[in-house]
Write a protein that binds this ligand. Structure first.
Ligand code: SF4
Length: 316
């Protein structure tokens, strides 16, 4: 597949490891991600809640794509990933919005959130920006569940990868995201991302804002400390102590979850068990999102949840 044929991949879609093989150009023909070949976006705008070298002072230029190839039951962005919120954009409208982020908002990067199922549109838009001489870093903010073949095509378009490593436990991956092979697929994807871009540059350069590299995120899930400990141990054994890690504690319950523990927030005991483990392993390049002290305030449950029905989803 050469660059010109990226859009052909919608006709027999293998853009992610689900490999549905559906023709997304046909009316009402959808794969697991739920999206056709028309670009849909839930939100575009600066976001200041990413890790410091990603948000910087002007924000990260986030592009939240509608739909998702993973669809975790607890998704914190459920309105756009599971419930269909989003608007269709033409190529011209999309590029204009990206230009606005770069020229007017002066964001530090363009941050494509769950990009896989719209890779052809994104490659096209990035190509257009590069032809205009723009060199703003392009960040692919992914689930970790990526196709190796598509990542090889992404190499020429991405500067920064921000992948999750959600599960080391296959049973948990199956029950929450319907992909038992997540641990194997994600480890191969991370290996390819690191081969392409190396570790996040700021730990070497000392700069405040990142331009290149890989930072791996792990969200601790309530009631699943064992999965987190195994995931972090696996990352350490695979990639060593210099792998940049972002340990996240912001889980907020969404809807009703079959697994009882997922209907509450993380406890301090759970967070501390995982945090102590990541320190004991000896990871050197670490971002940690600490839990706030208990306040008895119910709004704490939703503090980190964006609301994509609002014009500014991250107001809270
Ligand atoms: S991108 Fe969507 S349609 Fe294509 S393989 Fe993945 S889930 Fe299936």
């Amino acid at each position: 597949m050469d660059d010109l044929n990226f859009f052909k991949s919608y006709e027999n879609c293998q853009l992610c490891p689900r490999q549905c093989g559906v023709d997304r150009t046909r009316k009402n023909s959808r794969g697991f991600c739920g999206e056709s070949n028309r670009l849909r976006v839930g939100f575009i705008g600066p976001h200041f809640g990413e890790e410091p070298p990603i948000s910087g002072t002007h924000g990260s230029g986030t592009v939240f794509l509608a739909g998702c190839s993973l669809k975790c039951s607890f998704c914190q962005n459920h309105q756009i990933s599971l419930e269909g919120t989003g608007e269709t954009l033409s190529k011209g409208e999309f590029v204009t919005k990206l230009e606005d982020l770069i020229f007017h908002q002066q964001v530090h990067n363009i941050n494509f959130v769950t990009p896989d199922h719209f890779f052809p549109h994104l490659f096209e838009a990035i190509g257009t920006l590069k032809e205009m001489g723009l060199n703003t870093p392009m960040l692919f903010n992914t689930s970790g569940y990526q196709s190796l073949e598509m990542l090889k095509y992404a190499e020429g378009f991405a500067d920064i990868y921000l992948p999750d490593f959600k599960y080391a436990d296959e049973n948990l991956a199956e029950s929450l995201s319907r992909c038992r092979n997540y641990p194997t697929v994600a480890l191969a994807a991370l290996t390819e991302m690191i081969r392409q871009k190396g570790f996040l540059d700021v730990f070497e350069t000392g700069e405040e804002v990142s331009k290149k590299g890989v930072l791996v995120r792990h969200l601790i899930l309530p009631g699943n400390v064992g999965n987190s400990i195994l995931a972090l141990t696996t990352l350490f054994l695979e990639f060593g102590k210099k792998l940049p890690i972002s340990l996240m504690s912001q889980y907020s319950p969404v809807g009703h979850q079959k697994e009882t523990a997922l209907n509450r927030r993380l406890t301090h005991e759970e967070f501390t068990a995982v945090y102590d483990h990541v320190r004991d392993l000896g990871f050197e390049n670490l971002f940690v999102q600490f839990l706030p002290e208990p306040s008895g305030d119910d709004s704490e449950n939703t503090r980190f949840l964006p609301d994509f029905q609002k014009s500014s989803p991250f107001d809270s």
